[in-house]
Design a protein around this ligand. Structure first.
Ligand SMILES: *[C@@H]1O[C@H](CO)[C@@H](O)[C@H](O)[C@H]1NC(C)=O
Ligand SMILES: *[C@@H]1O[C@H](CO)[C@@H](O)[C@H](O)[C@H]1NC(C)=O
Ligand SMILES: *[C@@H]1O[C@H](CO)[C@@H](O)[C@H](O)[C@H]1NC(C)=O
Ligand SMILES: *[C@@H]1O[C@H](CO)[C@@H](O)[C@H](O)[C@H]1NC(C)=O
Length: 291
């Protein structure tokens, strides 16, 4: 009996305790909110930067406070020195890693809106990494991951015309990709055409060159697209080539000319033979008549 009572009181105590903990947490949270403690937010999704272009790494304070007069730090923890940009007393300090000199800036007009986004110009492959946006006064930070990609438009050429089989071979090449892209051939309706294997070469600059050949027959529609893409980061470059119908006409007419010539030659030979035969017979007759 007393055992049950003990357990009951224990349960009661535990219940009271957990409720107390819960209340304290709620209270702390309320105090936090009342103080208007802002949080710093970056981006949960990686930001994609294209080599040679500019990119903005988002970072902002919420609820909004004016951070113009605060110390703000953008850094890459994997570098030494790690600073990408430091802002103090309303201006940018000279302190930064040498590879970011003249390439990073804040939107100074946006700082009053709590927007600490970083502008990075002339993106390089080595810029890929995780960036940390830190506001010491709030003791708050956020991270943004930058993924760098190099892209280039493919070049499509007619590599080969084969008169005897009435086909055209197209070549598509695209130089300067990072990371390795995939290459697709599409017809005018966007359907994937089967081609030879894609050749991939990685240069000393770490950039990839991809190329592929496609055999086009007359029955294919004339507008063919070569698409090179990095599916995971939504980067696509494509080039369309118009294979003129008369390419096939020239090919087939040139082969029909060949046939015509061949036929005519045979006909000529037959005529010549007949002529020779005729002459020989005639000669025989004349000689006979002479005898
Ligand atoms: C911060 O400023 C940049 C540059 O003006 C802008 O592109 C971005 O949308 C702003 N971000 C927020 C959260 O307002
Ligand atoms: C053209 O096609 C025919 C038949 O497919 C092949 O035998 C020949 O080698 C090809 N010619 C060239 C120049 O590729
Ligand atoms: C093929 O492309 C050309 C221009 O590139 C366009 O004028 C033509 O209408 C296209 N033809 C088809 C069948 O899509
Ligand atoms: C790629 O595009 C799709 C759909 O348009 C989108 O859902 C996805 O978030 C994009 N991915 C990146 C990395 O931008």
């Amino acid at each position: 009996m007393s055992n049950v009572k003990d357990r009951l009181s224990l349960n009661l105590q535990f219940g009271v305790f957990s409720r107390l903990v819960f209340l304290t947490l709620v209270l702390l949270n309320l105090i936090h909110t009342c103080r208007g403690q802002s949080v710093v937010t970056g981006s949960s999704k990686p930001i994609v930067g294209i080599v040679g272009d500019d990119v903005i790494l988002p970072c902002y304070v919420e609820p909004v406070i004016n951070v113009f007069d605060k110390t703000l730090e953008w850094a890459r923890p994997d570098l030494n020195p790690r600073y990408v940009l430091v802002w103090r007393d309303g201006e940018e300090l000279k302190t930064k890693h040498s590879s970011y000199i003249e390439r990073t800036s804040l939107f100074s007009d946006e700082l009053k809106n709590g927007n600490i986004s970083l502008k990075l110009t002339q993106v390089k492959l080595s810029d890929e990494g995780t960036y940390r946006c830190f506001v010491p006064a709030l003791d708050e930070d956020a991270t943004v991951r930058l993924v760098v990609s190099a892209v280039s438009s493919p070049v499509v050429t007619i590599a080969e015309k084969n008169a005897s089989s009435s086909i055209v071979v197209l070549q598509c090449e695209s130089k300067g990709w990072y990371t390795e892209p995939e290459l697709l051939w599409l017809d005018a309706e966007g359907k994937i055409l089967s081609a030879g294997p894609t050749e991939t070469v990685r240069g000393p600059d770490d950039l990839y060159t991809v190329s592929s050949r496609l055999t086009v027959e007359k029955r294919h529609s004339n507008n063919i697209t070569c698409r090179v893409q990095q599916r995971n980061i939504n980067q696509t470059r494509e080039t369309q080539i118009h294979v003129p119908d008369d390419i096939f006409n020239i090919l087939s007419s040139s082969s029909s000319v060949a046939v015509t010539v061949a036929v005519s030659l045979t006909v000529c030979k037959v005529f010549l033979l007949l002529f020779v035969l005729f002459c020989w017979k005639n000669k025989n007759i004349t000689s006979k008549s002479l005898i």
